[in-house]
Design a protein around this ligand. Sequence first.
Ligand code: ASN
Length: 316
Amino acid sequence: MMRTPRPLESLTGKELTRKRSIAGVSTRTLLYLTGTLAARGFEWLLPVVLSKSTDPLWPDPGASIEKRVETDIYGETVRTTQSMIIHKLVACSTAYPKLFVLSPNVRIEKRERRATGWHSYEFTQLDFEVRDASSGSVRTLVESAVSGLVRDLQKSARAELESLGRLRGVKVPETPFRAYDRETLVDRYGEGWEHELPGAIRNPVWVTNIPREFYDFEDPATGKWDNYDLFVPERGEILSGARREWEYSRMASKMARDGVRKENYALILRLAREGRLRPSAGGGIGVERLVSWVVGSRHVGEVQPFPKVPGVVYEL
Ligand code: ASN
């Protein structure tokens, strides 16, 4: 049985030491990744929490949202950020051709997901976007960031990894990572491929062509989606991203097909209609998942100072 992560005030001395070591790894991880992106000319934006428009998280085969958090302010309905994808597309098309943001995402996952060890109802995404980029260039960037990170941590967080028993636990991934079309995985493992794949790989792998939200590019000629998820051994998905749609007619028809309410996406649709949305590609890394994989925690909530475990609401 997986143990549900508990809050700080109930941990033993040994558990607190472990928590602090994980925070050391997390600190170095954030320094490395933000430093790498900044050194490559990315602008670091600060996140927002309340907006009229946020990620619908629909349709997405992996989505399981129990409730969407909405409230009224100043006579307008706003939603807590499910992801900053809409903000990224607008920001990247206008002022910031290469951007990243450490963004708090609120996703009230179904309570059964407590047992996956891989979901939290609040988490932080390192979300980035690049104007005029191809999928391949984003994937190469991520590959070098992930393998560079593990190499860096083996030095910069050596003491912490040693005390967590993980110094030899995570190997520096070999690049380039293998890529599998989702259809190949369905043939091999069936519809439950997402659960089978992590146990079958020893190096991170890409999965491409996943039917998802309107903003990921879907090739009308082939019906394939130009998107990608990154899976790590033993655990699962730590990043999702894509080349994006930018044309009005395609976005609008996908929203109609998927039953996504156009009135919640008025701005992005208007910019697309005016030709002001630009092609881009990007992705988002689940920061706690990445750290959980590195430190070998059994529940992603263990990496959080204040665990947000589906179905469990602590005071803090
Ligand atoms: N951040 C993801 C992306 O860039 C979207 C998401 O989190 N749903 O594609």
